[in-house]
Structures are given as C-alpha cells and as structure tokens.
Design a protein around this ligand. Structure first.
Ligand SMILES: CC(C)(COP(=O)(O)OP(=O)(O)OC[C@H]1O[C@@H](n2cnc3c(N)ncnc32)[C@H](O)[C@@H]1OP(=O)(O)O)[C@@H](O)C(=O)NCCC(=O)NCCS
Length: 145
C-alpha cells in the first residue's frame, strides 16, 4: 500500500471546498467548469462521495437518481497519485449502495471501460446521448457516429 494513507470517505456535501472539484477533475483530464457550477451539480445530485487523504481531496463521485428505479454515475475521479489502490471501486460501490436495486448507467472515459467491467457494468448496445457540446465529446472520443 502506498505510504501511510489516512483515507476518509465523506458521503455529505457539507464543508466542501468547491474549488477542489474542478482542480481534481482537471488533474485527471476530465471535463470541468467553474467551482460554483460544480457546487450546484453536487447539491442537486442524489448522493455524493468525496475522498480525502487527511485534508487533501483525492477522489470524488456523484449519483443522480429518481431514488427507486434509475440512477446515473458522474464525475468519478481519483487523483493519479492514489489510483490503483481501490479508491475508485469504493467510490462506485458507496454510490451504488445509495439506490440498491436500481439500473445504473454511465459513460466511461475512453480507456476506462475495463474499470467499470470489473464492477459488473456492461456496454450498452443502444446508448444514445444528446450532448450540450457534441464537438467536444466527439473530439474526446465519446461519440460513435
Ligand atoms: C478510473 C478511475 C476512477 C479508477 O480509480 P482507481 O482508484 O484507480 O481504481 P481501483 O484501484 O479502485 O481499481 C478497481 C479495479 O479496476 C481496475 N482498473 C482501474 N483502472 C483501470 C483501467 N483504466 N483499465 C482497466 N482496469 C482498471 C484495477 O486494476 C482494479 O482491479 P482489481 O479489483 O482486479 O484489482 C481512475 O483511474 C481515474 O480517476 N481515472 C481518471 C478519470 C477517469 O477517467 N474517470 C472515469 C470517468 S468515466
């Protein structure tokens, strides 16, 4: 195990420094916007997980859901220095446990599909998306046609 980790999994959005969210998303190469928009997107989500090494935010994820049938995972990210130690798996499992029995969908970043396969996700044959910025998503390798 990496160094002496003191990982804290926080399942609440209280006292979050929202500037840390775009910092972490940018660090892992994911889409990000200003801190205020991230605050609103987390506040309007069904569940959230933040991971800290002592006080440093090193992981996050959120779930949007109707709470009973359908859920979707977004913004799953782990600081590169902490990848490969089971943090991403734990984030996804904690979020899934918030709406047991639901269907869960997500779109993986290109190259990350096997991470989700290990968590029992399967590729959809008919997934369709209407993206706000289709050119960016096309350039990022998210769109097939
Ligand atoms: C994808 C990501 C969240 C995985 O987090 P992580 O903490 O490194 O993953 P874990 O250590 O929990 O890995 C769980 C399992 O998945 C495997 N795994 C992790 N990343 C993988 C990858 N890119 N490809 C294949 N397998 C992978 C691990 O080897 C591990 O397997 P094991 O249970 O057999 O040991 C992390 O690499 C990340 O933040 N990447 C950049 C951002 C990103 O692309 N996020 C996904 C957006 S959809």
């Amino acid at each position: 195990m990496k160094r002496n980790l003191n990982l804290i999994y926080k399942e609440s959005i209280d006292d979050i420094d929202w500037k840390e969210v775009p910092r972490l998303l940018e660090l892992v190469g994911m889409g990000f916007t200003d801190a205020e928009k991230h605050r609103i997107s987390f506040e309007n989500s069904f569940a959230a997980v933040f991971v800290f090494d002592t006080e440093k935010m090193i992981g996050l994820g959120r779930l949007i859901s109707d709470g009973i049938r359908q859920s979707a995972l977004y913004d799953i990210a782990v600081d590169p220095e902490y990848q490969g130690y089971g943090v991403g798996r734990r984030i996804v499992e904690l979020l899934i446990n918030k709406t047991p029995g639901c269907n869960f969908i997500l779109y993986a970043s290109p190259g990350k599909e096997d991470f989700y396969r290990k968590l029992n996700f399967r590729k959809m044959k008919t997934g369709m998306a209407l993206f706000a910025d289709p050119h960016r998503m096309s350039d990022g390798g998210f769109i097939e046609e």
